[in-house]
Design a protein. Structure first.
Lengths: 127, 324
């Protein structure tokens, strides 16, 4: 049990006086991110939905990046990975990241291929 | 660890004396479980991504599916899911506060924070049940074509969605029910939709204000609206009326959309439900003073890890199911 807590977030930019105030600080940060996501999801600015990066809308990239940021703070501060030894932290974090990235890569490439087959093939799927 | 044979040296590496990761056995095992469970959820979400990419041009728009808020009428996309997300994050916060209070051996604070956590979890599970009920019931109704595609209806003048009840005409007909005493082979009859296919078609033909909307997304990311002539032509391919959703078909569009909704949010909801039960056990243990006698509140910390994990998964489900 790690009793001593690391109290700074944003790479030392923000340092809290106690663990409890750090928890509330992280809550505020996560809430802001969620509100930004919902507002963007409702408004859907045309500049973000009309432009693409690597075949995906910019808006969706923003959602995914914000999600990863949220996941980081949940894991680091709520699951207190920040206070664990770096060896434990790396074993927990990099194993799934490696496996999941690989899985996503092969599945999405395959799905895109099937999508093209459906679109360009000689068989009608919508009749 | 008491049963380990001591070899003399307390910090003997091969005797299990040191802890290279600085975490207790129970906590490590919880992390093992969490990592494996994270991979299971990733499998689900990656499969969802696969299907979504496969049917890129016809996938339903989540904003148009999840538009209801309990006790309010009208269309409020996303608000309720955002509320659910907030409830879950909030109950995660009370859980960390309980863990923090446990480190300081404050029994009463742990009890109250655990109580708040259980409450938050229960609100979330209840919301999800409501969300499921709404999804299964459906709201507008649609037709399904021979090819398994969904045709939805729109009012031409306002551009709003039209429910089947808005335009379908009522044709009196009698339905012969097959009863058990009439045959050897008897199956329970499926529930009938509120309108028959003929009633919907007759109603559509008599009301020029109604147009058909197909599953196909246009350049701007909206569903394609057909003209009146195209609509009448398209109507010929309809074979049945679909209301609401089940594992076989749903009125929102692609059949797999409903399946993934049930599987992913269901699997997550099951985790939340389990988490609530485990939290209740911890809550009562804290009340009767089990952890005071044990001398530490590590159990709260371990269950806390699970509870945060559930929150973590929801963050991803929220993004990939409702936002993207």
């Amino acid at each position: 049990m790690a009793h001593e807590h690391k109290l700074e977030i944003f790479r030392g930019l923000l340092k809290f006086k106690s663990n409890v105030s750090k928890i509330w600080g992280v809550l505020i940060f996560l809430s802001i991110i969620t509100i930004v996501e919902v507002v963007l999801g409702i408004i859907k600015p045309a500049s973000l939905t009309g432009n693409f990066f690597l075949g995906m809308k910019l808006l969706n990239w923003i959602f995914i990046i914000l999600t990863v940021v949220k996941a980081y703070y949940i894991a680091w501060d709520f699951m207190h990975l920040r206070d664990e030894k770096s060896s434990l932290r790396r074993a927990i974090v990099w194993t799934p990241i490696f496996l999941v990235s690989y899985l996503i890569f092969i599945l999405l490439v395959e799905a895109d291929y099937i999508h093209n087959i459906y679109r360009d093939g000689f068989v009608t799927w919508n009749f | 660890m008491d049963s380990t044979v001591t070899t003399g040296a307390e910090e003997n590496v091969w005797g299990g004396g040191n802890r290279p990761l600085g975490a207790s056995y129970g906590k490590l095992m919880m992390w093992f479980f969490i990592v494996s469970d994270a991979l299971t959820f990733s499998g689900f979400l990656a499969a969802y991504g696969f299907t979504r990419f496969k049917f890129m041009e016809t996938w339903p728009i989540a904003d148009e599916v999840f538009t209801h808020v309990p006790f309010f009428h009208g269309i409020y996309p996303m608000y309720y899911v955002a509320f659910m997300t907030f409830v879950l994050i909030m109950s995660s916060v009370t859980m960390v506060l309980a863990v923090d209070a446990g480190h300081k051996m404050k029994q009463n604070a742990v009890i109250w924070y655990m109580f708040a956590t259980v409450l938050g979890g229960a609100v979330f599970v209840g919301s999800q049940a409501w969300e499921w009920a709404t999804f299964i019931k459906g709201d507008y109704g649609a037709l399904e074509t021979k090819g398994g595609r969904i045709l939805q209806f729109v009012k031409a003048d306002t551009g709003e969605r039209a429910a089947l009840a808005d335009f379908a005409s009522v044709i009196p007909d009698e339905r012969q029910e097959h009863e058990k005493r009439n045959g050897v082979w008897y199956y329970e009859e499926k529930a009938l939709p509120s309108f028959s296919l003929n009633e919907v078609i007759a109603g559509f033909e008599s009301q020029p204000n109604i147009l058909i909307r197909t599953e196909v997304l246009n350049e701007e990311g909206h569903k394609t609206l057909l003209s009146r002539e195209e609509s009448l032509e398209k109507l010929k391919s309809a074979v049945q009326v679909v209301e609401g959703a089940n594992l076989i078909q749903n009125e929102y569009g692609s059949r797999l959309f409903g399946d993934f909704f049930f599987f992913i949010t269901g699997f997550h909801g099951f985790h939340v439900l389990t988490g609530v039960f485990i939290n209740i056990i911890i809550f009562f243990n804290a009340i009767v003073g089990t952890y005071e006698r044990r001398g530490h509140y590590e159990m709260v910390e371990k269950v806390g890890l699970y509870w945060h994990f559930v929150d973590l998964v929801w963050v991803f489900v929220f993004t990939f199911f409702y936002l993207v």
